[in-house]
Write a protein that binds this ligand. Structure first.
Ligand code: IPE
Ligand code: IPE
Ligand code: MG
Length: 246
């Protein structure tokens, strides 16, 4: 029986963020090159997207390439960029069929021209979809994002638009990459690693964290359902005591 039936659809997270990790180890287990793992990882993305549609999850942010990942062997970086370009181009029809709108966060300036080109086409082609917002973190790191926000705020202070002692949390959020999107209530990392690797440090201040040993290419719809079910078993207290929540 699917775990889906045990999920309370009225209490699903609105925003799920995932650190998709373990492609390289998965490929190694199969006796294949690392890129083979990345290619198979795309199937897992399709799975979680469908699961989000079924659950009514409105925002899904996927960590696809970090600013640190440029330091990998050139062959892997080139392969990943080509895979990105091909995948974005090939998936537009399916995104539209599922009502998925594509967004991206991260430093676009260093991404290959072909990647930005396909991204822009796909964003435009999906801009009217409303079921799920898929946010790809590409050449992203949280410190890059936070530093950018600081620069933007500093400019506003310099121009007199903002006073230093009047800066509110909202001003800062507006300068981050996902203004208007809710913070993720649930953050998942696959592959048995227990770290954040520079992902959404500001936005996950109060997220529930879920770690699984599953390697990303093995992650299926049922695995997302399991994570959501686990999320629903948690008591989110936000600093209060249990009795105050009743
Ligand atoms: C995650 O899988 C994908 C990216 C970082 C692009 P990895 O490539 O990090 O896989 P492992 O961690 O080496 O197994
Ligand atoms: C984090 O995975 C980045 C992505 C999933 C894109 P990494 O595999 O790069 O993280 P570390 O190096 O193990 O921290
Ligand atoms: Mg990894």
């Amino acid at each position: 029986m699917s775990i889906f039936k045990s999920i309370d659809l009225t209490k699903c997270p609105e925003h799920i963020a995932i650190i998709m990790d373990g492609n390289g180890r998965w490929a190694k287990q199969q006796g294949e090159m690392r890129l083979f793992g990345h290619t198979y990882g795309v199937e897992a993305v399709r799975e979680v997207l469908k699961a989000c549609v079924e659950l009514g999850v409105k925002y899904l942010t996927l960590y696809a390439f970090s600013t640190e990942n440029w330091n990998r062997p050139k062959e892997e970086v080139d392969g990943l960029m080509n895979l990105l370009v091909d995948t974005i181009a090939n998936e537009v029809d399916e995104l539209n069929e599922n009502g998925v709108r594509l967004h991206s966060i991260g430093d676009e300036n260093q991404l290959p021209e072909a990647c930005n080109h396909e991204l822009n086409i796909a964003k435009k082609a999906t801009e009217h979809n409303t079921k799920v917002n898929l946010i790809l973190a590409l050449n992203y790191s949280a410190r890059w994002e936070i530093l950018n926000a600081v620069k933007e705020i500093a400019q506003k202070v310099k121009s007199g638009e903002l006073k230093p002692n009047e800066i509110q949390e909202n001003d800062f959020c507006s300068a981050l990459s996902m203004p208007g999107f809710p913070d993720p209530e649930l953050m998942i990392r696959t592959s048995g690693e227990y770290r954040l690797s520079n992902f959404l440090l500001w936005q996950i201040a109060y997220s529930e964290l879920y770690f699984t040993d599953k390697l990303w290419p093995d992650f299926k719809k049922e695995d997302l359902f399991e994570a959501v079910l686990d999320f629903q078993s948690r008591e989110r207290r936000f600093g209060l005591v249990s009795e105050q929540l009743k």
